[in-house]
Design a protein around this ligand. Structure first.
Ligand SMILES: [Zn+2]
Length: 137
């Protein structure tokens, strides 16, 4: 490493990761059915939100394709805070990805999963899309 580590730590200011999710068709979407509530709560949706019918699932109508129409993005941004630069400089052979994520989240980084949850709460996309794009998180 050496010079490469230094360049990596100091030449980057921000890294943005973005993934596309399908948008729910607003004409036919319906509140998430009860059998999927457990899975939704496992990723951070509250029972209250589900009871209020604010979280939707796709249905399908002549105006859309299987309940979806168009796409939107979910994203996460990693700012290279001084602590993150220091962590990169500290790494000898391998960068501790977990540690970087911990620092970023303590600084308020919105993760891909959280970004997806926001889109679900807005009624824009659904559980299966968010699970699909954040599967390895
Ligand atoms: Zn539709």
């Amino acid at each position: 490493m050496g010079i490469e580590t230094f360049l990596l730590a100091y030449s980057i200011n921000i890294i943005i990761a973005q993934r596309l999710v399908r948008k729910l068709c607003p004409l036919c979407r319906r509140p998430l059915s009860k059998e999927s509530w457990e899975a939704a709560m496992q990723i951070g949706i509250t029972r209250e939100e589900l009871e209020q019918g604010k979280i939707f699932e796709p249905v399908g109508c002549p105006k859309c394709r299987n309940g979806y129409k168009g796409r939107t993005s979910v994203a996460e941004a990693l700012y290279f805070y001084p602590e993150i630069r220091a962590e990169i400089m500290r790494s000898v052979s391998e960068i501790d990805e977990e540690r970087i994520r911990e620092i970023a989240e303590s600084k308020g980084m919105l993760s891909m999963r959280e970004s997806g949850l926001e889109r679900m709460r807005e009624g824009i996309t659904d559980l299966s899309e968010v699970l699909y794009v954040t599967a390895e998180d």
